[in-house]
Ligand binder design. Structure first.
Ligand SMILES: [Zn+2]
Ligand SMILES: [Zn+2]
Length: 157
């Protein structure tokens, strides 16, 4: 799943503007790392991004990729999903929610104005300052449910 070319161009313009505002240099590897996260809509982890970037820039290190990913998230250009040890990166900064497949781990964006209107429950206040609400729906994706379609067993009497 790839973003539409004009959407990606728009994201790259945002990228250049955000870096310029903060006085951070838009190095080719930084641009490429951002492009991978913004262009892939499957919420890649750092190793997947690293492998994709390495195809174009063989000299890049995993460490550099990590450092740039944290920088991009500090600049508000990408979002981090999940815990730090098994982190994935989201290049979609529009309000959206996720469908997660329990079988293959696929994570897809979906949009719902009803979910966007949800309010942070007061129970969250004791845990910390809530910023955004992102709903995660877990289930089995279309591809996986096709794969595991078992014919119902005939009941013989
Ligand atoms: Zn699946
Ligand atoms: Zn997402």
């Amino acid at each position: 799943m790839k973003s539409k070319p004009d959407e990606l161009k728009q994201k790259m313009d945002c990228f250049r503007a955000a870096l310029q505002r903060r006085g951070v240099k838009a190095t080719p590897q930084r641009a490429l790392i951002f492009q991978e996260v913004a262009g892939l809509e499957n919420h890649p982890d750092a190793v997947t991004i690293y492998k994709a970037v390495r195809e174009k820039l063989p000299m890049v290190s995993l460490d550099t990729v990590y450092r740039n990913l944290w920088l991009l998230q500090d600049l508000g250009l990408i979002r981090i999903l999940g815990a730090r040890d098994r982190v994935r990166f989201d290049g979609n900064m529009k309000a959206h929610h996720h469908f997660v497949c329990k079988a293959c781990g696929l994570m897809c964006d979906f949009y719902s104005s009803a979910f966007d209107r949800l309010k942070i429950p007061s129970a969250v206040k004791s845990l910390g300052a809530g910023e955004i609400i992102q709903v995660e729906i877990k289930g089995i994706c279309v591809a996986c449910s096709k794969k595991s379609k078992i014919k119902p067993a005939k009941i013989s009497r």
